[in-house]
Design a protein around this ligand. Structure first.
Ligand SMILES: C[S@@+](CC[C@H](N)C(=O)[O-])C[C@H]1O[C@@H](n2cnc3c(N)ncnc32)[C@H](O)[C@@H]1O
Length: 330
């Protein structure tokens, strides 16, 4: 299914891998335009159920009218709490199509794209307090260096941060164009698009705490997926893909396999196939935005409600919204 909101990537490859029991309960972590969710519903029986998440209020406009479907307007980092509150664990599969939708990139008020002007915002959830402009205005030198080094892998991060600190004079970072003008001296002439993409990626990851949320949901998937349940994740850059690959291969974010005192491996997932699936030439031709996509599939080995990997547990900051406002928008 194609919508103008977003063209779903690796649609058949991901949904075919995900749905193995048409009567089962599934989660789509990243509803967006609903392309993957619709394809999942097409494969479910009348007994099947789909719970989708999206933190962006605009995605609610794409809600699907189907009694088997629930759309939750919240961060997917709270997936486990929602599923337990809704009393529907264990589930049979989780799909995540990470990053942002075409709608979010193309809608200029959001500031996600360096090619079009707009407020330097970059929030997926417009109710969250942190914007990209606020980061540039308020973060310390060390915090900015961490953001650009770790999330953008920017070669001249030190020069960039120095330039940002020198330009903190109120208006410089309020719009995409102001920011680009302020850092002009740092942008390599022959690879300006690549450089700006890395800078914008770093800011976007920090604004939305994307890697923290991803770690949390990977970790929690162990507790909600039944044995044989599928974890199907599409990622778009190496920082995301490394976390997914390591977790599926070892149950750890650093990729080191663990064994118990008898030497048995305690991996929560079998990674099948072991290599990532990428878009075929036809999809690449049809949808240029699919070019960096990597699909990885894990099969849950057992079902458990406590972890062998508690040292992996990521910190959740802020209160879970579930106790106070577990409303499904339908
Ligand atoms: C690449 S789009 C998904 C597109 C969707 N698969 C489709 O077919 O239309 C990613 C979506 O996930 C949402 N998203 C990203 N991170 C999220 C998070 N931590 N919690 C909830 N939604 C998130 C974004 O707002 C965006 O709408």
């Amino acid at each position: 299914m194609t919508t103008t909101y977003h063209i779903p990537v690796l649609l058949n490859e991901s949904v075919n891998a995900l749905v193995h029991d048409p009567d089962g309960t599934y989660v789509d972590l990243t509803f967006g335009g609903g392309g993957h969710s619709r394809a999942i519903l097409d494969r479910l029986s009348e007994k099947g159920r789909l719970i989708s998440f999206d933190r962006d209020q605009h995605a609610l406009n794409n809600c699907i009218d189907d009694p088997r479907f629930t759309l939750v307007n919240h961060n997917f980092r709270y997936m486990r709490q929602f599923l337990e509150y809704m009393n529907c664990t264990p589930i049979q599969g989780i799909l995540g199509d990470l990053g942002i939708s075409s709608y979010q990139i193309d809608f200029n008020d959001r500031g996600f794209a360096h090619r079009s002007d707009g407020p330097l915002d970059m929030r997926m959830d417009i109710q969250s307090p942190l914007t990209a402009a606020k980061i540039l205005q308020t973060y310390s030198e060390k915090q900015l260096l961490d953001v650009f080094n770790h999330y953008g892998e920017i070669k001249n991060a030190f020069k960039l941060v120095k330039t940002i600190l020198q330009n903190r004079n109120g208006l410089s970072f309020s719009t995409v164009e102001h920011f680009k003008t302020a850092i002009e001296a740092c942008i390599p002439k022959n690879e300006s698009a690549k450089y700006l993409s890395q800078v914008f990626q770093a800011l976007r990851i920090e604004v939305n705490q994307e890697l923290t949320d991803l770690k949390q949901v990977l970790y929690d998937s162990e507790f909600v997926l039944g044995a044989g349940g599928k974890l199907v994740i599409i990622s778009y850059h190496s920082l995301e893909d490394r976390l997914v690959k390591n977790y599926l291969n070892s149950g750890n974010f650093d990729g080191k396999k663990q064994t118990d005192m008898y030497g048995w491996s305690s991996q929560p997932f079998d990674c099948k196939p072991s290599k990532a699936i990428t878009p075929n030439p036809e999809e690449l031709e049809r949808n240029k935005r699919s070019r960096s996509a990597k699909l990885r599939i894990g099969v849950r080995t057992t079902f458990q409600t406590t972890s062998n990997h508690s040292e992996n547990k990521p910190e959740i900051h802020g209160n879970s919204p579930v106790k106070s406002s577990a409303k499904s928008k339908k």
